[in-house]
Write a protein that binds this ligand. Structure first.
Ligand code: SAM
Length: 459
């Protein structure tokens, strides 16, 4: 890897943080190749390739020996794993080691979805996640990744943090993985080095304060706020802890660390006591640069509940009755805990315990996706959606057909398929038993229903 000059002001800042000697180690580390790691989807079955190594602070994360072509691995498109650098997976350790209660979570700056898929996996059937992204095009990528992950416990929204104002005290946990100056990405993304300047750091810090000024109010009594960046400087990290403790009432949270992980704990003195942060330096851990802090809302803080919904009114969504929802659930092979909504003649399902929360959220947010879209019905027959195939919901009544790797890639390229022995009608195609999508065998030809905008172009 070629060495790119570092801005002198950045070097000065890092020497201030690390000292001259350790700075040299840091300097050498950012010219090394980053390690590739993946986090597996605990709700989909997937055989790990050989030569993997567990990421010590994560149950589902693994380092790979080398970086394969993920685009040419059908299991990647089936949502069996997510490619994520290792430091970010520390969130899994925070949630598990601190036994953070499951419930209604918000990921306020979520695209492309690395942290959202981690949160959704932790929550499973016992929680509901709002994955929000302010930039429209990025919200689209987020939606695609959430659909591939397939857990059905997530709503994707495309809103500015300001739009969340009516939802003060509503969430059990709010994560803000803030847009930042990206000093921790200098190794992975050399362009980040060229974009760096002290002015940019100041700009990022001001933007983060604007975001946190909204985010800090959204956590309910006893809930948690997690703030992270992929940068090292104190203005975007420790200064944010001070800002949060000045603006809101929060208590510190200290996370257990294994010294062998070499994560550096930082302590920030505030009027409210000492608060803790965790810094990941690339010369100490096998991950990218990262900072994270956890704060707890006191038990006497403000909380809001969705309240009793009368009749659900929404400009596009129509709620199905409890009876209709139970019938739909038993039709697809579930035990009747679903709540269904219709949007443009297509059915969407969420777990009914989140009905009141979802309906309140839908009054304030620009929803891009939620739960699982199952598709449309023609009389008694389903026209199943791609989203349903990728979800972990059962697909009672549909036939399956296993593809080999070449056939799976042809399906993902949306090419015509010739499959001997394929049954007639709608068939869910799988690769290593992982659902990839639908084909319809009409007898004289096979229609490939892979979404056009998702097709892979690599040959
Ligand atoms: N959490 C994501 C993940 O793990 O995949 C990465 C998030 S990235 C570090 C920060 C996100 O914040 C970007 O998607 C960016 O579009 C979004 N963002 C930019 N400006 C924002 C703002 N003013 N308010 C909220 N989010 C913003």
């Amino acid at each position: 890897m070629t060495t790119i000059q570092l801005p002198p002001a950045f070097e000065k800042q890092m020497i201030h943080l690390l000292g001259e000697e350790e700075y040299e180690e840091f300097r050498n580390a950012i010219d090394q190749e980053p390690r590739t790691s993946i986090r597996i989807n605990p709700f989909k079955q997937f055989s790990l390739p050989g030569n993997t190594e567990r990421i010590p602070w994560s149950v589902n994360g693994y380092f790979l020996e080398e970086r394969p072509s993920f685009t040419l691995d059908p299991a990647f498109h089936a949502g069996a794993y997510y490619v994520q650098e290792a430091s970010s997976m520390f969130i899994e350790h925070i949630l598990r080691s601190h036994e953070i209660p499951k419930g209604l979570y918000l990921d306020l700056a979520a695209a492309p979805g690395g942290k959202s898929t981690l949160l959704a996996s932790y929550l499973g059937a016992d929680g509901f996640l709002v994955a929000n992204e302010v930039i429209q095009a990025r919200a689209q990528v987020l939606k695609e990744n959430i659909i591939k992950w397939g857990l059905g416990n997530t709503l994707v929204s495309n809103n500015d943090p300001e739009h969340f104002e009516p939802l003060e005290g509503f969430f059990d946990l709010v994560l803000v993985d803030a847009p930042c100056s990206g000093e921790g990405m200098f190794r992975k993304d050399p362009q980040a080095r060229e974009e760096w300047s002290p002015d940019h750091v100041n700009l990022c810090s001001l933007r983060q304060k604007r975001i946190m000024d909204k985010a800090g109010a959204l956590v309910k009594a006893g809930g948690y706020l997690i703030y992270s960046t992929c940068t090292f400087n104190e203005s975007e990290n420790e200064e944010m802890i001070r800002f949060l403790t000045e603006e809101f009432s929060y208590e510190p949270v200290r996370i257990d660390l294994d010294p062998s992980w070499k994560i550096r704990e930082t302590q920030t003195q505030t009027e409210e006591g000492i608060f803790y942060g965790y810094r990941f330096y690339p010369h100490r851990v096998a991950g990218e640069g990262f900072f994270i802090t956890v704060l707890k809302r006191p038990e006497d803080a403000y909380s809001s509940e969705p309240g009793k919904t009368k009749e659900f009114k929404h400009p596009f969504l129509k709620a199905q009755s409890q009876r209709e929802s139970q019938d739909l659930d038993s039709e697809i092979g579930l035990d009747g805990n679903g709540q269904y909504y219709m949007l443009n003649d297509s059915y969407f399902r969420i777990d009914s315990q989140w009905k009141a929360y979802f309906e309140k959220l839908s009054q304030h947010l620009s929803i891009r996706y939620f739960g699982v879209e199952l598709g449309k019905k023609q009389k008694m027959d389903w026209i199943p959606s791609h989203e349903w195939a990728l979800s972990i919901l059962p697909k009672k009544g549909f036939l399956k057909f296993e593809l080999n790797k070449e056939q799976a890639l042809e399906f993902l390229r949306k090419n015509d398929l010739e499959l001997s022995g394929l049954p007639l009608g709608w068939v869910m195609v799988t690769y290593q038993n992982l659902p990839l999508g639908w084909v319809k065998n009409l007898g004289n030809r096979v229609n490939n229903y892979y979404p056009k905008e998702w097709r892979i172009r690599l040959v």
